[in-house]
Design a protein around this ligand. Structure first.
Ligand code: TYM
Length: 334
């Protein structure tokens, strides 16, 4: 079986962008691939965070993976900071990666503007830690949202040009991973501005629907979501990004093709459409929220899942790290 690896940061509530862009695709892919999913808590400290919340958020993010339909019997779910090989490979890759490759990273530029005077080296290094996450598991594929494409290219370049090309004679040391970015859902936009992506770091809560939002909050957020003065909900009109975004969300959740939605909503007004998408969101999120509550009420079960995941992941990660260190010339005990 080919292998996939992916992860989400445990920074507060996950939103439907994380779900439709990433987690939902893991659910589809898990039967076909050997699946490793981590909660990337070391990435979560690259922005200011609350130490009282980190561990709680890590646990609840793992619970959400399962609540969204990840089957712990066939996937390994684990916490990044529990496996020290991630930090260790990251250091080695740091020393192999030219700074000017890093200076091109779009997400770093965007986030460092948001963080003003508080930008850490960790934020700059974030994509290299991500490369370590992926390369440690010899992942064939990495299912992520559109915004991670550049980071995936970096991971490929580091593996290929900076490790394999320089240090392997015959067999490659590191496997070159490929992104899986779905056509639909890989870029869900903000509810209040259809030109910006939905993001956890947007200070306006109304810009996103969180997976754990109760029905009344969903209703309120959709009611306030940006609309326009045209009649009919369209998909392909570049002047109506909000219309496109909501139709995309509705299409994925309802399982109806975009073309079918286009026909159906040709003459539908915003008020009617907003009611429909609100109902759809509530209906789609209800089973996730129910399962999440059950899991959180039984922390023992989830801990067991994370322990088993850790064991399997750690084994694999340590093997890769050992291989890398040996090829790069580190001292080895007899
Ligand atoms: P994070 O937590 O920011 O995002 C997690 C996943 O959600 C996707 N995503 C979106 N998809 C569609 N529309 C959106 N508006 C949207 N917002 C976020 C992201 O593309 C991502 O797939 N750096 C990663 C975490 C990471 C990782 C890894 C992923 C660390 N190591 C190794 C894969 C493999 C990130 O963006 O997390």
């Amino acid at each position: 079986k080919k292998r996939i690896l992916s992860g989400v940061q445990p920074t507060g509530d996950l939103h439907i962008g994380n779900w439709l862009g990433a987690i939902n695709n893991w659910v589809t892919l898990q039967e076909q691939y050997e699946t490793f999913l981590c909660v990337v808590d070391l990435h979560a400290i690259t922005a200011s965070y609350n130490p009282k919340e980190l561990s709680k958020n890590t646990f609840s993010t793992a619970a959400l993976y399962v609540a969204c339909g990840i089957d712990p019997n066939i996937c390994s779910i684990f916490v990044q900071s529990q496996i020290s090989a991630h930090s260790e490979l990251c250091w080695i890759l740091n020393c192999m990666t030219p700074i000017n490759w890093m200076e091109r990273m779009i997400q770093f530029k965007e986030k460092s503007i948001q963080q003003g005077n508080n930008v850490s080296i960790g934020l700059f290094d974030y994509p290299i830690l991500m490369a370590a996450d992926i390369l440690l598991y010899d992942a064939d594929f990495v299912p992520v949202g559109e915004d991670q494409k550049q980071h995936l290219e970096l991971a490929r370049d580091i593996a290929q040009q900076r490790i394999n090309a320089r240090f392997s004679k015959d067999k490659n040391i590191l496997k070159i991973p490929q992104p899986i970015i779905m056509k639909n859902g890989s870029k869900i936009m903000s509810l209040i501005d259809g030109s910006k992506k939905m993001s956890k770091s947007d200070p306006n809560e109304g810009s996103r629907i969180n997976l754990l939002d109760p029905p009344e909050i969903i209703t309120k957020k959709i009611k306030r979501a940006k609309s326009d003065s045209s009649i009919g909900i369209e998909f392909n009109n570049p002047e109506r990004p909000e219309s496109k975004n909501l139709m995309m969300i509705y299409s994925i959740l309802s399982g109806k093709e975009i073309s079918q939605c286009e026909n159906e909503f040709l003459e539908t007004g915003w008020g009617t459409f907003k009611k429909l998408i609100t109902e759809q969101l509530i209906e789609s999120l209800e089973p996730i929220q129910k399962k999440y509550k059950l899991l959180m009420n039984d922390p023992y079960q989830l801990s067991k899942i994370l322990n088993e995941g850790k064991e399997k992941a750690e084994d694999l990660a340590n093997q890769t790290l050992k291989r890398v260190k040996s090829k790069l010339g580190f001292f080895e005990m007899e």
